[in-house]
Design a protein around this ligand. Structure first.
Ligand code: AMP
Length: 216
């Protein structure tokens, strides 16, 4: 199963990708997670990437493309993969098609998770993460019992640097201008499917599974 997940920041791609990993046993390749790890590790690549991420801009193509190529070459991707957050623009999509073509494992599906702008804004500005255990909350949709404190471990909740309001607006603008055109790109190739990303997480996942189960 070789899949690209499309959708704006806050559409729930990461959440659904994790459920797909669990059920279908294929690895998730999230460029956002890989980059955040590099930032946390303080590697030269991470320090460079952080400049763009904090502003809500895309990290230069050559950086992310290199990371994805290396990851796709690892053994566990032979059984398939789910790309989450990559590609983010047409040139990344073209490189991806070429690389996967050379590896004889073309994409089978581009799945767009659709969510309206105002819901995205609340999901993103409301997001809080526990510093200690990583548990995620949303102050609008899924608040902790006590403000600012993790229900699970009592840790302090914080807002990701790129979840600040100004950065979020920029990320959504960048999505609209650079990433949304990929919906048409994959539609022209005949591999696009769409799901509604608003509602109960398990119901959305069931709709996704109905589509994935048609692939082999
Ligand atoms: P995400 O968690 O996917 O929303 O990614 C967080 C940030 O990482 C983005 O706002 C970008 O700065 C950067 N990033 C993630 N994936 C890519 C990509 N494919 N191309 C360029 N920048 C990316």
């Amino acid at each position: 199963m070789r899949i690209v997940l499309l959708g704006a920041p806050g559409a729930g791609k990461g959440t659904q990708a994790k459920k797909i990993v669990e059920k279908y046993g294929i690895p998730q390749i999230s460029t956002g997670d890989i980059l955040r790890q590099a930032v946390a590790d303080g590697t030269p690549l991470g320090l460079e990437a952080k400049k763009y991420m904090d502003k809500g801009e895309l990290v230069p193509d050559e950086v992310v493309i290199g990371l994805v190529k290396e990851r796709l070459g690892q053994d566990d991707c032979k059984k398939g993969f789910i790309l989450d957050g990559f590609p983010r623009n047409t040139s990344q999509a073209e490189v991806l098609d070429r690389v996967l073509g050379e590896m004889n494992m073309p994409l089978q599906l581009a799945l767009s998770v659709d969510v309206d702008f105002d819901v995205l804004m609340k999901r993103l500005t409301g997001r809080r993460t526990c510093r200690q255990c990583g548990q995620m909350y949303n102050i609008y949709y899924n608040p902790p019992k006590k403000e600012g404190v993790c229900d699970k471990c009592g840790g302090e909740l914080y807002q990701r640097d790129d979840d600040k309001e100004e950065t979020i607006r920029k990320r959504l603008e960048v999505y609209q201008a650079q990433t949304a055109p990929l919906i048409e790109y994959y539609d022209r190739k005949g591999i696009l499917k769409r799901v509604n990303g608003v509602g109960n997480i398990d119901e959305i996942f069931a709709n996704i599974c109905a589509i994935l189960d048609t692939l082999k």
